[in-house]
Design a protein around this ligand. Structure first.
Ligand code: ZN
Length: 75
């Protein structure tokens, strides 16, 4: 599976992303709920930002190109 050509992250988001073990990242990216497909999909063309201390990924469903988002809570 192709992993990101590194997308646009804010510096804070980049810090949180870098703190995630590399082997966990593909799973996070390929397990995003799409309300249109009604199943877990891969997020593409995503950007990263920090919202209330959590990493927020916003991008497009790889299947239908709908907007999808995923919050990754920091431990
Ligand atoms: Zn979809």
């Amino acid at each position: 599976m192709p992993i990101e050509p590194l997308p646009s992250f804010t510096p804070q988001a980049r810090q949180l992303w870098d703190a995630i073990p590399a082997e966990h990242r593909p799973k996070l990216l390929s397990n995003v709920w799409c309300g249109k497909c009604r199943e877990s999909v891969t997020i593409t063309n995503f950007t990263g930002a920090v919202k209330r201390g959590d990493l927020l990924l916003v991008g497009l469903c790889a299947v239908c190109r709908s907007d999808v988002a995923r919050v990754i809570e920091s431990a």
